[in-house]
Design a protein around this ligand. Structure first.
Ligand code: BG6
Length: 495
């Protein structure tokens, strides 16, 4: 008999009321994602009775100011059809705010006064990683960490391996790994979880999901937005730290992992870790050959003129920060030996799209008429903005002779399911509340990702030339197409 186990089966429900403390409560993430997602949890009756949401930050705000902030800055991010005025009001009643400068020990008694002994505590750190360690020390020295208190860490988790290890060491003094929730919001996306459903819920792909049947894998995460108001943060990070080190490598690990024995958190994370550890390290010469960096210049997106990166707010005029990366990665494993994984991400690109393309091998020998160009099968899994799966197959064109042409089997998951899809943050917050760890990044995964990324960043720093300019509204610098042409392949939109 088959048994079914889900990620949820590893969670432990807790009926206690919750004190959910958001460091950085008055910030951008809180407004755009956390408060709207918590409202959705509240609306659907998923917050334990008596739950309070306590914003913490350097603003000298009181409860009323935080409620105004939620009304003005967070409410617009709730989808209009789910905004029920009465429920929004009861949600607001859960909010409170405490002025705490996270680095100032003297500010913590005010927070202590707000917390209830009987409540389960969750600290959500939506603030720069440089403050994580001091905040944990301060919480501990004021006796605010119980042995079941949970900690949620928002990315970026460090700027390199050394800083990630440093944060990990301080955090682990106070929070065991099973109480530490490192967010990579891509793991909370319905569509990303569907990659596992496709791979492990169907038997037809598994035997082919390897060399020599897969010739290459492409992952594109293209955005049309620029850096907006986050210039200060972004210029320190760049696309490599902001997107590749976390979101793209998490996608690689899900696409490439061996089938886990179960969907429990450690079974899945053990397999993902093996993938991250098998990424082939790059020498400076490999970095020169296998990576392309870009930086956007002024251009137009959907007919609207947009400025260049160097003209954005808070960006130094001589910045060498990359807003685009294309690269070839390889995994040193039996399954994936010499199969290139082409990764690409950028801001201010032509379209917003997140897509995975699996290029299968060509047939070994063609028996068809001249003029029939046999295209290798390809599976295109689109994760954003809409969710679809297309598998191209060669079929016979009607008429005389045997001329073939590619046609797609297509699934549109958006129209197949009409049920509401929870936003990534909503799902992840619920998982923290319910104690489910599967969709959070484990400390060793994080370190494995930095271990691979660090030498690439270092090689870039040593290179004389900076990122190549590309016009906003395009698919990145021409060098990224040239780099693929050299490999005898094309990016999917060019194919
Ligand atoms: C965040 C990055 O982690 O992901 C942002 O910091 C980026 O720069 C965002 O825009 C993209 O997320 P999504 O869900 O819109 O694909």
């Amino acid at each position: 008999m088959q048994t079914t186990r889900t990620a949820s089966s590893s969670g432990t429900a807790d009926a206690r009321p919750l004190d959910l403390v958001i460091f950085g409560g008055a910030g951008d993430l809180s407004a755009r994602k956390l408060l709207p997602s918590l409202y959705m949890c509240h609306r659907d009756g998923n917050l334990p009775d008596g739950t309070r949401i306590i914003g913490v930050g350097r603003h000298r705000w009181d409860r009323e100011a935080f409620v105004n902030f939620a009304d003005e800055s967070a409410q617009p991010f709730v989808e209009a059809r789910y905004l029920e005025p009465a429920k929004w009001q009861t949600f607001l009643q859960r909010l409170d705010f405490v002025h705490v400068d996270a680095s100032q020990s003297g500010d913590y008694p005010a927070l202590a006064a707000q917390l209830r002994q009987e409540a389960l505590r969750i600290y959500y750190m939506a603030m720069p990683p440089g403050l994580f360690a001091a905040t944990c020390d301060n919480l501990a020295s004021h006796g605010l960490i119980a042995n079941d208190t949970r900690l949620v860490l928002e990315k970026p988790l460090g700027v390199d391996l050394a800083s990630a290890i440093g944060i990990g060491e301080v955090v682990s003094r106070y929070f065991s790994e099973d109480r530490t929730y490192r967010i990579d919001h891509y793991l909370g996306k319905e569509t990303v979880q569907n990659l596992m459903a496709l791979r492990f819920g169907n038997s037809i792909f598994e035997p082919l999901w390897r060399t020599p049947f897969v010739r290459s894998v492409q992952i594109t995460v293209a955005e049309t937005v620029g850096v907006g108001t986050r210039g200060g943060f972004y210029d320190e990070a760049g696309a490599m730290r902001d997107m590749v080190q976390n979101h793209l490598l998490q996608l690689v690990s899900i696409l490439a992992m061996e089938p886990p024995a179960a969907l429990t958190s450690d079974a899945v994370r053990d397999e993902k870790l093996k993938v991250l550890r098998s990424l082939r390290p790059m020498s400076p010469e490999d970095v020169r050959r296998n990576t392309v960096r870009g930086q956007y210049t002024a251009g137009a997106i959907a007919g609207e003129l947009v400025r260049g990166y160097l003209q954005e707010e808070g960006i130094p005029p001589d910045s060498r920060t990359e807003t685009f990366v294309a690269m070839r990665a390889e995994l040193g494993t039996w399954r994936w030996n010499k199969v290139p994984f082409y990764l690409r991400t950028g801001k201010r690109m032509q379209e917003r799209v997140t897509e995975v393309v699996i290029n299968f091998a060509e047939v070994p020998h063609s028996i068809f008429d001249a003029g029939s160009t046999l295209q290798p099968n390809r599976m295109v899994i689109r994760l954003q903005p809409e969710e679809s799966v297309r598998l191209t197959l060669m079929v016979k064109q009607p008429g005389e002779g045997m001329k073939l042409k590619p046609l797609s089997l297509a699934l549109n998951l958006d129209s197949a399911f009409t049920t509401r899809r929870a936003e990534a943050y909503e799902r992840l917050l619920l998982d923290v509340i319910r104690g489910r760890l599967a969709l959070f990044v484990r400390r060793d995964e994080l370190q494995a990702a930095w271990t691979w990324v660090d030498p690439i960043l270092e090689a870039w720093r040593q290179q004389d030339e900076g990122p190549r300019p590309y016009t906003a509204g395009t698919w990145g610098p021409a060098a990224s197409s040239a780099f693929m042409a050299r490999e005898g392949v094309q990016w999917s939109e060019e194919a």
